[in-house]
Design a protein around this ligand. Structure first.
Ligand code: ATP
Ligand code: MG
Length: 308
């Protein structure tokens, strides 16, 4: 099996400015002249190259083992979704990227990101379920009694979280706290756009036999024209929970196309890892890597109807 791209590649014409858990960001090294050949003029103020590596993170750790092709799946799936979500302004400028990062990168508008992870949930699970079991609420919003793991919610909820520093947990916050962070107008708009993205995507996924249980999106401000813009990756197995609709049964663990498989292995006796310790997670065995790659590819193929 090929090893996958874990480290930031050198990209001619671009200078690396940021390394996230999964993505590497670059800006144009030298502003190019508009030379009349139809290329958009690239500048470090306005443009950023977003490169998805094959790294995978779980439980706030970047794992030592990359998942081959994951970066290309994330990028191609995001681009497909941006096209479907044609009523929401997004950050994509061009997919004509240098060969070194072909298929795994996109040239985007360089935005000032809002410090909020915008999450929409149509089903109860994960940290939402944990809070519900403690207090009957999710992000402070009261829910009816009797819900269980995987229950469908009457109406999708907007459950924002604050972007954490590297190595820290993102923290669920209330809508009022988002108002404190970005002001009332932007806070309203982020909620409205997030629920719009979720509503549309949930319908599209459902037509393809996939339940979009929840998803996280990020927005940024284009300071040059004031547009609140959908950024980062969208509706990928990293940012979303995808369940197989035919196997959905509230109360049970749902068959999923996301990295739940990796999380389950890490917390199983087979991994020998203690999540509560400071130790980094162990490398993934080949069969876990292969099964995870298959799930990412299957999510891409089922959603887009294309073969990877
Ligand atoms: P972080 O490192 O910010 O805590 P992360 O580990 O999830 O988050 P990645 O997803 O690997 O980071 O990297 C992507 C980074 O690029 C994120 O910080 C995201 O907010 C930022 N980003 C995405 N799109 C844009 C854009 N168009 N302009 C500027 N920044 C962007
Ligand atoms: Mg991210």
């Amino acid at each position: 099996m090929s090893t996958g791209l874990a480290e930031a590649p050198e990209v001619p014409g671009w200078t690396r400015v940021y390394s996230g858990k999964v993505r590497e960001l670059y800006v144009p090294t030298v502003p190019e002249d508009g030379d009349g050949d139809g290329d958009p003029q690239l500048t470090p103020e306005r443009h950023v190259l977003v490169v998805a590596t094959d790294r995978i993170s779980a439980y706030d750790h970047v794992l030592a083992t990359p998942i081959p092709d994951k970066g290309r799946v994330l990028t191609q799936l995001s681009l497909w979704w941006f096209e479907q979500l044609d009523d929401v302004e997004n950050h994509v400028v061009s997919t004509e990227v240098p060969d070194e990062v072909a298929g795994r990168a996109m040239i985007c508008r360089n935005l000032t990101m809002f410090p909020i992870e915008c999450i929409a949930r149509g089903y109860l699970t994960g940290t939402g379920l944990a809070e519900y079991r403690r207090s009957g609420t999710v992000c402070g919003l009261p829910l009816p009694a009797g819900l269980t793991d995987g229950s469908r919610l009457e109406t999708p909820l907007y459950t924002p979280s604050a972007k954490a520093e590297v190595g820290e947990h993102d923290e669920n916050i209330t809508f009022e706290q988002t108002v404190d962070l970005v002001g009332p107008d932007v806070a309203d708009r982020l909620r409205e756009l997030t629920l719009r993205v979720y509503g549309r995507a949930e319908r599209i996924a459902r037509e393809r036999g996939i339940i979009l249980a929840d998803t996280k999106v990020e927005f940024g401000l284009d300071v040059h024209d004031g547009t609140i813009t959908l950024a980062d990756e969208v509706l990928t197995p990293d940012s979303s929970r995808f369940w197989d609709a035919s196997g959905w049964e509230p109360g049970l663990a749902q068959p999923s196309f996301d990295k739940q498989f990796v999380r389950d292995w890490l917390t199983s006796p087979a991994s020998g890892w203690d999540r509560a310790s400071d130790a980094p997670p162990p490398p993934l065995p080949d069969d876990v890597v292969a099964a995870t790659r298959d799930r990412y590819v299957e999510a891409y193929e089922r959603l887009t109807g294309r073969s990877f």
